[in-house]
Each structure stands twice: as C-alpha cells, then as structure tokens.
Design a protein around this ligand. Structure first.
Ligand code: NAD
Ligand code: MG
Length: 396
C-alpha cells in the first residue's frame, strides 16, 4: 500500500485524486491533506480518508475546521497557514506527494516534500515553471522521482518508457484550443469571464481554464516539458487537436512517432503518476475510436493567441524570466476573473512585464531570486492594470 499526501485536496485535481484513493483502498492510503479555504469539503474528506495531519491555508478558517471535525476520533494534527501546508508536505511516512495546489503557492511545499525525500506526482505546473532552476537540482540531490500528472506530460512520460537515452528527437504537445478555439479573432475583445470558463473538453479549476482559453496553458506546458524532459525549446512543438483524445506525442530519431490516447479524464494520468511503473486495472470506460470520431489537427494561431510565443520567449530567456511570466500570468488571470481587465489585456500585461524584466533577468536564480521575481511581477501587473484605465471599455 502506498502512503500519499495530497496538497490542494478540495480542487479539481485534489478531488479526482481522492476518487482514485476511494476506488483503490488496498493500494493507497492518505497521510496528509491540505486545502485553501473550503472547510466544508475538507471536513468531509477528513471524515472519509482519516489523514494523520491536515492544514488549511487560510488561518481564519482554522477554528471553523476544528469545530467541523470535533467529533472525529482520532483527531488529525491540525495546522494552518502557508507554514502549515509546508509541514504537511514533509510529514511522516508518505512516499509520494500529489501537488494539486494552483499557482506558485505550490513552490515552497513542493521543495519541502523533495527535501524530505518524497516522490512528487506533479500536477502543479507553476512550481516547475517558476522554480525549475532551483527545483531540478534538488530533485537530483535528494534522488526523488517526479511523476508528471499533467495529461500531456504523462502521455510523453508513458511513451518514453523503455526508450534508450538519446532516442528522443521531438516532443509534440497537443492542445484542445480552449473555450474560444472556434471564435473569430475580432470577437475576442468582447468575451466575458463566463464565456472563458466554458471549456469544451475538460472540467478544471478556474485559473487553468482561463489559461486554456488564452493558450498560456500550452505555453506553460512547453516550459514544463523543457524542465521535465530536458528538451530544447526548438524541439518542443504544439499542435491543436480539438478532440483531446491524443494527449501528446514523441518523435524518435528515426522519425517514428509514439502517442498516448485516452478519453479526456485526468484520473488516468493521476493514477499512472501514483502507480508507476505498475499498471492498475480499472473499470473505466474503454477508449472507442469509432465513438470518438474523427481526430483532427491544426496549426496553433499565434496572432490570435500571443501567450504561446510569450512563453517560448520566456523559456528561452531562462533564469528568472519564466518565474516572471508565470507570476504575471497568475496576477493577470486573477484580475480578469475579477472583471478588472479584459481578456485581451492578459497577454498585453504579461508582455509588458516580461519586457521590463529583460535587463534584470537573473541567469542562475536561487530560491530568493525566484520569490523576489514573482513578487515584483505581480506588483508590475497590478500597476500596469491601473494604467489600462476603465476595465469595461469596449464591452459596453
Ligand atoms: P483548483 O483551483 O480546482 O484547486 C486548487 C487547490 O489548491 C484547492 O484545493 C485550493 O483550496 C488550493 N489552494 C489554492 N490556493 C492555495 C494557496 N495559496 N495555498 C494553498 N492551497 C491553495 O485547481 P486545479 O484545476 O485542481 O489545478 C491544480 C493544479 O493542477 C494547477 O497547477 C493546474 O495547472 C494543474 N492541472 C490541473 C488540471 C485539471 O484538470 N484540473 C490538469 C492539469 C494540470
Ligand atoms: Mg495539460
């Protein structure tokens, strides 16, 4: 039985991970849980999965959580705040930590888990994108495994099994195209938050759903692939595949191409990240290629979606630039969700902030440099958004 700790248990990745644990009680046991502020759901999860330790990030919610689980025996250790989340990440005999936190908030807990010798089932891509130059050497130093849970990176990882070193030539990431893939470019100026949150194929948290609509998600995944698989940016391509059946592909030195296919269901990459190298039998719906219908592909439209090229440029610049890109994106998406800026302001603000960071890009950043770059970029976006003026211009 594998002991696991789950960060971000109340989110989309978190609840799907717990579905797997509930379905395979012989295989998996929960040691620790953390969540942001959803007391009701967290309390239910504590009741069902009986973790030894729990943290709620929002300290104001601790008392409510204590009251909600007062009748449970034995009581888990209850912690609060960011430091509480870090404690849970490194606690006890958990072999693997699933990182289902959204955003760069996952960085310090992930580092703590690595330093405690735990394998990482990596859903929280922002951690590796911002922290790659610090996280990768730590993975090496502590000899832990990072098992990708992002569907594209899981697909690549699955295709890579058994491939001799030097065999890989190119990575091809597939992208659904997000909420606006069939909307003409001149209509993007007027889209609303509700429009952007309607993803055609996947049901996910709000931030990644907006990232999918801007295609920044794919740009972030290019950087994620670079840090996970050590590939040059010239050898990582994107293709739009609206059906989300092929989860990504690899091209080998002899031009052979391998792909991993499945229904769009995050439980599959999550299960593999937890069971690797084993394959656990499931009763989940089998892929039916006749039912799934035509599989089609198109070129990504960089004019309509500038975020992909912003991400390639930040990745190539390296150093602290990916941390700046990531933080600028997190802040811009938060402002968009808050209806403080328009959809098209998102890439504009990110580009401004990345341009401004060029002269100060720190080539080999340490953790402090990355955290400082992250903070700086968020403040720059906030300042830039004020300069944009009336957020609803053009929407009236
Ligand atoms: P979500 O918003 O549904 O859930 C986020 C979880 O993190 C929640 O439990 C929330 O309480 C917690 N959280 C939020 N802010 C926090 C903070 N500051 N400190 C501690 N905890 C905090 O997000 P999600 O869609 O589950 O995505 C989680 C991560 O997985 C993201 O990095 C995303 O890019 C990645 N991912 C998600 C999917 C998906 O299908 N949802 C697919 C691929 C990758
Ligand atoms: Mg993905």
């Amino acid at each position: 039985m594998k002991a696991i700790t789950l960060l971000g248990s109340t989110g989309s990745i978190g609840t799907q991970t717990l579905d797997i644990v509930a379905q395979y009680p012989e295989q998996f046991r929960i040691v620790g849980l953390t969540a942001g502020r959803n007391v009701k759901l967290l309390a239910q999860q504590i009741r069902q999965f009986k973790p030894e330790i729990v943290a709620i990030c929002d300290e104001d919610k601790l008392q409510e959580l204590q009251e909600a689980i007062a009748d449970i025996d034995p009581q888990p250790i209850l912690l609060a705040g960011e430091s509480g989340v870090v404690e849970v990440a490194k606690y006890g005999d958990a072999e693997a930590v699933v990182t289902g936190i959204v955003g760069c908030a996952g960085l310090l807990p992930t580092i703590a888990a690595i330093e405690a010798g735990k394998d990482i089932a990596l859903a929280n891509k922002e951690t590796l994108i911002a922290g790659g130059p610090v996280v990768n050497p730590l993975i090496e130093k502590y000899g832990v495994k990072v098992l990708p849970a992002d569907s594209e990176h899981s697909a690549i990882f699955q295709c890579l099994q058994g491939l001799p070193a030097g065999g890989l030539r190119r990575i091809i990431l597939t992208a659904s195209g997000g909420s606006f893939r069939d909307l003409p470019i001149d209509k993007l100026a007027g889209v609303t938050v509700a429009d952007a949150l309607k993803h055609p194929n996947w049901s996910m948290g709000q931030k990644i759903t907006i990232d999918s609509a801007t295609l920044m998600n794919k740009g972030l995944e290019v950087i994620e692939a670079h840090y996970l698989f050590g590939m040059d940016y010239d050898d990582i391509d994107i293709v739009i595949h609206p059906q989300s059946i092929i989860h990504s592909l690899i091209e080998l030195q002899d031009t052979s191409v391998l792909a991993q296919l499945g229904w769009p269901d995050m439980r599959l990459p999550l299960l593999y990240a937890l069971s690797w190298p084993e394959r656990i039998p499931t009763d989940w719906p089998k892929l039916d290629l006749v039912k799934s219908g035509d599989l089609t592909f198109r070129e990504p439209d960089h004019k309509k979606y500038p975020c992909m090229q912003l991400a390639y440029a930040a990745g190539r610049a390296g150093g602290s630039m990916p941390a700046v890109l990531n933080a600028a994106n997190e802040q811009a998406v938060a402002l968009f969700l808050d209806e403080k800026i328009t959809f098209l302001d998102i890439p504009k603000l990110i580009e401004q902030v990345c341009d401004k960071h060029q002269a100060d890009n720190c080539e080999s950043p340490g953790l402090e440099d990355i955290l400082a770059a992250d903070q700086w970029a968020r403040l720059e976006v906030l300042a830039g958004s004020v300069e944009l003026g009336d957020p609803l211009r053009g929407l009236r």
